[in-house]
Design a protein around this ligand. Structure first.
Ligand code: SAH
Length: 394
């Protein structure tokens, strides 16, 4: 029998608005002894069923899987994965010969809190961010096989670093299906090696696809600096867009190898590209005035938690101020924040402060966000995390 979580009076309000998290403070008492990762049923103070979800020790005690009183089994996952695939088909990402790289499941955005699935050609990389999703990974894999059919040959499970350490689950990364070593995937006709074994996230930053396309449109004849390049997504698009030169910078030597590999894959022996393993602030400090007229700043999340917010905002200001000071007149700056804890207005204010410090005249050309395969559940605004600005600097 699944355990039953009884809520305190009034603590069902957010659930009636379909918000998918139940905080530990909302719980009155628990019937049964749930283990971390178990499926639990949730009742209001009147004893009325309201939700079913995954139990976890922590501030978010239950991640809601359904507001219907249904079983959480392979057929439940099939249904949810089918719905997710239908969305990707209807936005032209799945079954597109030019593009086999997309996010199939984006957690709460696809009504599957704690689960991320990215598709790279014939390989799916599955990542659990909750103990519950880890526990039911085989059901997820089975459902995924069924829903994707012939499209899928490999399922790689990658949750070593995304699960709570203290849960002591002994999780290991590895294939749940297949084991193909071909790691090349296609994004908008460009090819990329995806390092799902050791890479960050699921091996690639799928979420910048649309923003890279926009950058491509602005690259012709420009000198491009791609700061925090990682696998060099923006660099490869800038090359195709006709940039005069492209410099990629990342503090990790491994990332520099990855970007060089990806440039070679698409533009072998093209002398326009060069990559540097250097710290961003050092590089920006030392680079020549006016060396670049298109700069991309896509740093890692400066604030992983709300407590780190003040310092994160200062970090964004400091970083952007350096770019404003050095960019050539008539230059374009693509600047991003992927910190969920920093909202759009706070980020814009940090960039505004940087612009003011530099004294440059700056116009906002575009306001960017995460793409359609990273949808935001309208009842879960916390799912919005990527924001960017494209600025014209006089
Ligand atoms: N723009 C990339 C994703 C960036 S991820 C893309 O489109 O795929 C952030 C990257 O910043 C990581 O590769 C990390 O190695 C790098 N990084 C972190 N701190 C850095 C620093 N101080 N200087 C330069 N690079 C840094």
């Amino acid at each position: 029998m699944p355990s039953i979580i009884h809520l305190k009076p009034g603590k069902d309000d957010s659930l009636r608005r379909f918000h998918p998290w139940i905080f530990s403070g909302a719980i009155h008492h628990i019937e049964g002894k749930p283990q971390e990762g178990d499926v639990v049923r949730v009742c209001t103070a009147n004893g009325e069923f309201i939700a079913v979800g995954h139990w976890q020790i922590g501030t978010i005690a239950v991640r809601v899987l359904s507001f219907e009183n249904e079983n959480i089994d392979t057929s439940f996952f099939k249904q949810r994965l089918n719905a997710a695939l239908n969305v990707r088909r209807s936005i032209g990402l799945a079954d597109n010969p030019q593009n086999d790289t997309y996010r199939l499941v984006h957690g709460e955005g696809d009504n599957l809190p704690g689960l991320v699935i990215d598709i790279y050609g014939p390989t799916a990389v599955v990542q659990a961010h909750s103990v519950g999703m880890h526990v039911c990974r085989q059901q997820v894999a089975e459902a995924l096989k069924d829903v994707m059919g012939d499209r899928l040959q490999n399922i790689f499970y990658k949750s070593e670093t995304t699960l709570p350490f203290k849960a002591d689950l002994g999780q290991e990364n590895g294939f749940l299906l297949g084991g193909d070593a071909n790691d090349v995937a296609m994004e908008n006709g460009l090819r990329f090696h995806i390092d799902w074994l050791r890479g960050q996230k699921t091996g690639f930053f799928v979420d910048q696809r649309d923003n890279r396309s926009l950058l491509e449109r602005y690259s012709r004849g420009r000198s491009v600096l791609n700061m925090f390049c990682y696998t060099g997504g923006f660099s490869v698009y800038a090359m195709r867009g006709g940039a005069k030169l492209v410099h990629s910078v990342d503090s990790s030597a491994k990332a520099v190898d990855l970007v060089n590999d990806n440039i070679r894959l698409n533009f072998p022996d093209d002398p326009r590209h060069e990559a540097f393993a250097e710290d961003a602030f050092r590089f920006l400090q030392q680079m020549q005035q006016d060396a670049y007229d298109l700069i991309i700043l896509d740093p890692p999340a400066f604030a992983k938690h709300k407590d780190a917010l003040r310092n994160a905002l200062k970090g964004y200001t400091r970083l952007n101020a350096r770019a404003f000071e050095k960019i050539r007149s008539g230059g374009i700056l693509f600047t991003f924040s992927c910190s969920q804890a920093v909202n759009k207005d706070q980020f814009r204010m940090a960039v505004f402060t940087a612009a003011a410090q530099s004294g440059r005249s700056v116009r906002i050309l575009h306001q960017l966000h995460q793409p359609a395969d990273h949808p935001v559940n309208i009842y879960h605004p916390e799912g919005e995390y990527l924001k960017g600005l494209v600025l014209y600097v006089e």
